[in-house]
Write a protein that binds this ligand. Sequence first.
Ligand SMILES: Nc1ncnc2c1ncn2[C@@H]1O[C@H](COP(=O)(O)OP(=O)(O)OP(=O)(O)O)[C@@H](O)[C@H]1O
Length: 681
Amino acid sequence: MTPPTPDTLAPVDDLTGPGARVDDGRRVHGARGLLGDANAVGILDAADVHVATRLVRMCGEPVSEIAEFAAALAVRAVRLGSTCLAVRDLSDIAARPEPDSAPAVGGAVGADGRAVMPALPSADELVDGLRASPLVVGAAGGPLRPLVVADTVDGPLIYLRKYFQQEQVIRTVLTERAASRPVVSAERVSGALDEVFGAGAGLVPRQRLAAAVAASRWTSVLTGGPGTGKTYTVARILAVLDRLASARLHIAVCAPTGRAVAQLQASLDGMSRGLGPDSSVTGDSAGSPPVHAVTVHGLLGWRPGSRPRYGRGNRLPHDVVIVDETSMLSVTAMSHLLEAVRPDARLILVGDPHQLASVEAGAVLADLVERHSSGATHPASADHPSGADHPSGADHDSGTALDAEILALVDESRITASERPRVADGIVELTRNFRNRDGIATVAAAVNDGDGDRVLDLIGSGQLADITLVEPDDPAIHRDVLAWVTELWSAARVGDAPTALQVLDSHRVLCAHRAGRWGVQGWTRQIVDWCGEIAGHSPVTIELAAPQPGMPILVTANDRQNRVFNGDCGVVIAQAGDPSPTVAFRRSEFSDPMFVPPARLAETMWAYAMTIHRSQGSQFDAVTVVLPPPDSPLLTRELLYTAITRAKSRVRIVGTPQTLRAAVGRRVHRASGLRSSPAGQ
Ligand SMILES: Nc1ncnc2c1ncn2[C@@H]1O[C@H](COP(=O)(O)OP(=O)(O)OP(=O)(O)O)[C@@H](O)[C@H]1O
């Protein structure tokens, strides 16, 4: 079950609203009562109905219609990326069925032949009906209790038990880990920070603060947008921890996807060789110990369909576990990871909570960061931002001295009063951008703040040369795309892979949807047509026929053998003295090109345009972002933020002010209990 993504949605051209399409397999023939009616209007999908019906059948006892409906809503919530149904959202569900819902196939039908919205139970009826049901209290015939109602300060949450338990694990382990602190000498931490960052707060005090916080706590979180120095800081945190350790540290560095692992490894290797652009600034590399990045699944010994090898009874041996791209980690993966990390190992979660989240249920990083936005759930005060009022488990004096160092850094880093409770919980956000132009970072911040007026002012006023809003037929798109294809083709034709790869990353068309006129397919067709205007250019067809030099290639599935991963882009390159071309890839700006014969690449497509979802983890000099129509369910703040932050120097948004405002105003809504405290606490 996955939330809507470009691959699971109907083509955007088809999104003409409820009741517009014929039966598409989402309707369950013969589903009766509330389930059937809710299915007919598109509130419930076929999968929601089938799973709920099965749960009821397995219960072996009669279940009320309302309780069965609640079960289906809990299944639906997970399908859409939440871990639970927040009962207070019930009215929204009735107001907004899924937009690509099909017309009536069963259910009540109105005079116009369309399904009629059923009278839904009230929130109280739903919760009361479920609480009394065998689905929650269990049946006489067996211990199965597949649903949970949890009371929180934000109202009742209805869970499938598995997700409730996983959230409980996350909550419990994080609380246990926060109850004690590593024993460290404040003097040695200061010395190590000076050695690694130089004396004083340095160019970016928040990076030093993040390292001090990571040294002083078992769990810390490092957040920031692309190019804010997260990887740079991770390398330095490792160098600091290495200096504090009495023996060689056992370090694990992991990320949720194969591609994120490969990118992280390339960045860390580049930085440790001092090849990063920063080497001239710092004068040396971080001096961090060498590490080998792996996937979270690989680290946990977790194969599809089985339990992870490492867990509560068999902990990971590592002293330090670093997780990159944590925003892509599902609630299931996070709970397994937390159970496996030794209580006395440092865990450092790194990522950008504003980006699109995992395709599976949960947005744990955003939950952890945002639950402290109000500062309401944590007892730490602004005067004790390192959480010094927690039982430390360490010698108190060193804890206090380290707190003093952290407090000084908090001041120097201009940590705001509202951010302080987060720092107290080990969360540090990096804000200085080393890669994107200022205009892009300013608009990205306004998007994250949900400030549609400011976004439109900034873009519409023309004061930012690096970000513009244009119509789809703006001639500049045609001009820039053709210039890009021509340059790509010229370099690839003469076998100049480094130049071709540089050109490849200089521009990209990014779309929300895969199919349809506004999607990758429509734009690819358009660009392929335009290619015919380039004199002497080999003809290009939309079908992936024989690859010609200059064609950009997108890998669409992980391929460990060839060391390419879903989302990697390469370019077809001519080879001197060989009639067959090859495909060049480059992992990072610091690494050498890697070549793979096209015949060995099984799952690929043209990369003239790609989805914003797939572009996560990549950056280009310039991007053209094609916004979908305002009623597309993919049009959200997170999508817009992810798209515009893919660009280092220039963003062109194809859309209207209305669409842009709609995107800024709509957040991906993922209900989760991790943001809410249990009722009565
Ligand atoms: N304090 C610093 N001094 C000099 N250069 C820095 C500093 N911090 C970061 N950089 C440089 O900024 C660039 C971006 O840093 P880095 O790759 O660590 O960012 P990131 O947040 O991990 O980005 P992404 O999320 O895209 O991977 C790199 O070239 C890095 O070397």
